[in-house]
Design a protein around this ligand. Sequence first.
Ligand SMILES: NC(=O)c1ccc[n+]([C@@H]2O[C@H](COP(=O)([O-])OP(=O)(O)OC[C@H]3O[C@@H](n4cnc5c(N)ncnc54)[C@H](OP(=O)(O)O)[C@@H]3O)[C@@H](O)[C@H]2O)c1
Length: 483
Amino acid sequence: MSVPLSAGPQVLSLLRELGAEAIVHPGGTLLAHLRRVQERLAAWGARPALQLAGLCHAFYGTDGFATSLLPLDRRAELAAVIGAEAEALVYFYAACDRRSSYPTLADPDAAYRDRFTGRTFTPDLGLRRDFAELSAANELDIARIDPAFREASGADLRTLFARLRPLLSRLAWTDCHTELTTAPLPGGAAPRPWTVAVLGPGGVGGLLAALLSRAGHRVICVAGDATTRALREDGIRVRSGQFGDFTATVEADTELREPADLCLIAVKHTALGSALERLPPGVLGEGVVVPLLNGIEHPAVLRDRYGAERVAPGIIRVESTRTAPGTIEHGSPFTEIELSGAHERLAPLAALLEDAGVRTRVVEDETAALWAKLAFLAPFALLTTRYGRTIGEVRTERREELVALVEEAAAVSSACGAPADVAKALALYDAFPAGSKSSMQRDAEAGRPLELDAIGGALLRAAERHGVPVPVAVRLMTELSAD
Ligand SMILES: NC(=O)c1ccc[n+]([C@@H]2O[C@H](COP(=O)([O-])OP(=O)(O)OC[C@H]3O[C@@H](n4cnc5c(N)ncnc54)[C@H](OP(=O)(O)O)[C@@H]3O)[C@@H](O)[C@H]2O)c1
């Protein structure tokens, strides 16, 4: 049963009766807050049931505000006034164990935990959308009313709503963006716009440089002579199904000559040593260094040069190619980054990337993040490159070898502290479009240097350190190195 908005006056009487006008809440009383949340939802075009849920969202207390107006055994009383649909939403909002549920709420296999019953399940998409909308209305109201809350929680909220963005209506997301991005960033992080250095403006670096420039940041690309000249003259031209076709203006130099708030490192591993000469440690200032290379050994090189605390390794999921200096073809319908490190330190950076259109997650476990990518990538790269075959051909014609190599990579990953799931990796390979080629294979076809050592070599070295036998990987590496 859905109840029309005309139930509002009756709900307000009930709220007063239960004492909502006497409960202190940021900016005044709980009742005033509840009314503003309903008004905000109305301004976003929410249907009556969602507005009524907004007006009543604190009836059973929430994970962020414990005071409740009604015990759970009296749910029927609220349902009688606002209707079953709105009441179910109030319960869902109240019962959310935020710490457990927030991280995956936007994912198709979201794991929502009911803090009252302890049950974990995947709610349907409609319910998750309502939840996100209600959460945004609630948090934005407090952020607007209470500057101290906004100061303390603004960055976390930006990260949260960037994560929930796929669930939010356009108006809710716009409000999140405007209300929260004008807040000062915590922890002394740089105010907007950021100065971002990009070492290696190729497929990955060029795409990110262009997106960050388009989002209003100052971007300095650091590259060789020819690329520097091309970028200064023509900027970066991006062709992308996901982001559209656009040209971005960037600065370019052959060396970084001033501090940056963030330095993205996106050269190939084969060029890392010489490229780092262009990034003197003394010049970088306090900026965060985020390498996006595939592999697991480069973070140690960077920490050695720039200081351990400065480096936050990322992994990127994208298919993007530099077809000429400053010309980027972005083919994948997704662009996702996982940043590894402390959440509160990286939240502003994640928000910056999200704001530019890059889906970004912060994960604490660097080893797990880097190994998850390598253990998946290595079999794909080595087999497609060795045999000059697409993934479709490899997974049918060389199935046994693929399975053996995936098992070897998973065993090494586990020995390094990052358990890997063989069945899941194989299922992902099977789901790839049959004609997919690895970037190592494309490099081989074009006669470019291969990241063989960073991918296969790193796997063999880790296997040796941990005494894990990897005969298939050893044979493939020997054959590939002989080519
Ligand atoms: N491309 C993808 O879709 C993708 C996806 C996931 C991960 N990755 C990983 O991301 C990393 C970068 O790959 P990518 O495909 O973006 O490579 P890329 O297109 O070859 O770009 C590398 C860039 O580095 C520049 N460079 C090379 N040597 C340099 C030096 N000594 N100093 C300064 N700049 C130098 C190149 O300059 P020029 O323009 O002058 O050649 C180029 O712009 C790799 O580790 C790759 O495995 C790539």
